[in-house]
Design a protein around this ligand. Structure first.
Ligand code: HEC
Length: 107
């Protein structure tokens, strides 16, 4: 049963990959890929506290955080943490840059 199901999955994927290969490449390089990547990083590292839709939870809502902080200030919070609850250094380098840029646009 399990083997059959796995086989079904892999043949389906092969089929889709063969026919739609160029499509999936296109969507990766699509216009909003920077935002999409930042959103993904946020979902994996930040959403547990700040909410999937930036609505907040254990941490404050970040829906309008760009109105309070500049990109550099957000980058600083990501690097150094904030107050008692915001952990420092969850993401670094390019990932931190992407997320800070994306959040700074939330006004
Ligand atoms: C463990 C829970 C937790 C995680 C994970 C977390 N945060 Fe936070 N964050 C907080 C808390 C709590 C605060 C409020 C800190 C304070 O003001 O004392 C905060 C504050 C912030 C602030 C400032 C908001 C404001 O209005 O002052 C920003 C920006 C922020 N977090 C971004 C992020 C980003 C980006 C990530 C992912 C890399 C992240 N946080 C992950 C808990 C978390």
């Amino acid at each position: 049963m399990v083997v059959g199901f796995t086989y079904w999955l892999s043949t389906t994927e092969e089929h889709a990959g063969g026919g739609e290969g160029s499509h999936s490449e296109q969507s990766e390089e699509g216009g909003d890929s920077a935002g999409g990547e930042a959103e993904q990083i946020f979902a994996q590292n930040c959403a547990s506290c700040h909410g999937e839709n930036l609505g907040g939870g254990a941490g404050p809502a970040l829906e309008a955080v760009g109105g309070t902080y500049s990109k550099d200030e957000i980058l600083d919070i990501i690097k150094n943490g904030k107050g008692g609850g915001m952990p420092a250094g969850l993401i670094e380098g390019k990932e931190a840059e992407l997320v800070a840029t994306w959040l700074a646009e939330k006004k």
